[in-house]
Design a protein around this ligand. Structure first.
Ligand code: T6T
Length: 314
């Protein structure tokens, strides 16, 4: 149920620490459990984490669920039980349902570091590293206002699954900021279960129920890909502005060919790097920072070449 190969250099997970770095021993094991396997955001995060673990002489093992799904992720967390790592870096797929399994790991002495998403209960992790997701939503709303250029219309917000801390903060940050642009009105936040097909269907439905639809804000990679499909099917590419979150290879391709008007790119590698740094600090009894953020970048077609360093790996 887990992906073990990565696109980071020539690396294979589980072999970090070999070569010229120190050989990790029992107390030097880190586990990473991302939100979902084989997905460019988490692959980039994993690459950042692996490189930093190697540098610091730790061994990082990654197990990712097949879907962004709390029961599947719980199985992987529970499987750590037999051989608890010194620290667990995790992107909780549900801000509430993942509390109990993570607490069980913590009770065995494992330090918990949240990467990307977080639990509602802020008392579990020693550190949380994420984008400033509310600021990302705000940035998307400001970009939407700029693209509308004074024109009036309605805007649809596509969220993923209820209980996902990151996309919820993006959607809320977007709607809060949109209130400052009276010519644009949100028709509300719609959930897609992080399935592109559902995102496409929501866009199709919104186009028929809301003739003045002028923009779509897709709060992550899958919602963006689905929204692009929905607009394509309706012949509305470019007529309705699509702002996506993340910068996967397919989103970047979509920006280039006009399916997206803007992307808000995160810096997942830096989330992984900082996650390992905080985990190691906690293990070694050094000072830990409770909350850290990674940079965001709004990218349009016009400035995409200058921003190529923010595109994700696959
Ligand atoms: O947007 C990222 C991540 O930040 C979010 O928590 C879940 O979706 C992604 O992994 C993109 O698919």
């Amino acid at each position: 149920a887990a992906a073990l190969l990565t696109a980071c250099g020539s690396g294979t997970v589980g072999q970090t620490g070999s070569g010229d770095s120190a050989q990790p021993t029992g107390g030097k094991k880190l586990a990473l459990i991302p939100g979902v396997q084989a997905e460019p955001f988490y692959i980039s995060l994993q690459c950042g984490a692996e490189a930093e673990a190697k540098k610091l002489g730790y061994e990082l093992t990654t197990q990712a669920p097949q879907k962004f799904d709390a029961p599947l992720q719980t199985q992987l967390v529970n499987a750590l039980g037999a051989n608890p790592p010194a620290a667990l870096l995790i992107a909780p797929t549900d801000d509430t349902a993942m509390l109990a399994p993570i607490q069980q790991v913590k009770a065995r002495g494992t330090k918990i570091v949240e990467v990307d998403t977080a639990l509602k209960d802020t008392g579990v992790a020693v550190s949380s590293i994420s984008s400033d997701n509310a600021a990302g939503g705000k940035l998307a709303a400001q970009t939407m206002a700029k693209l509308a250029n004074g024109k009036s219309g309605s805007v649809l917000v596509l969220d993923t699954i209820a209980g996902t801390s990151t996309t919820a903060a993006r959607a809320k940050g977007f709607e809060d900021e949109l209130k400052n642009t009276p010519n644009l009105k949100s028709i509300g936040i719609q959930f897609t279960q992080n399935e592109p097909e559902q995102a496409a269907a929501k866009v199709t439905a919104a186009l028929s129920s809301t003739p003045d639809l002028i923009g779509v804000f897709a709060t992550n990679l899958n919602t963006g890909e689905g929204a692009a499909t929905g607009l394509r099917n309706a012949g509305k590419v470019g007529a309705v502005n699509l702002i996506g979150f993340d910068a996967s290879p397919s989103e970047v391709e979509g920006l280039k060919n006009g399916q997206y008007q803007a992307l808000i790119a995160q810096d997942p590698a830096s989330i992984g790097t900082q996650g390992v740094q905080q985990a190691v600090a906690a293990i070694e009894g050094k000072p830990v920072t409770r909350n850290l953020t990674a940079q965001l970048h709004s990218i349009t077609k016009a400035d995409m070449d200058a921003n190529a360093q923010y595109f994700y790996k696959q």
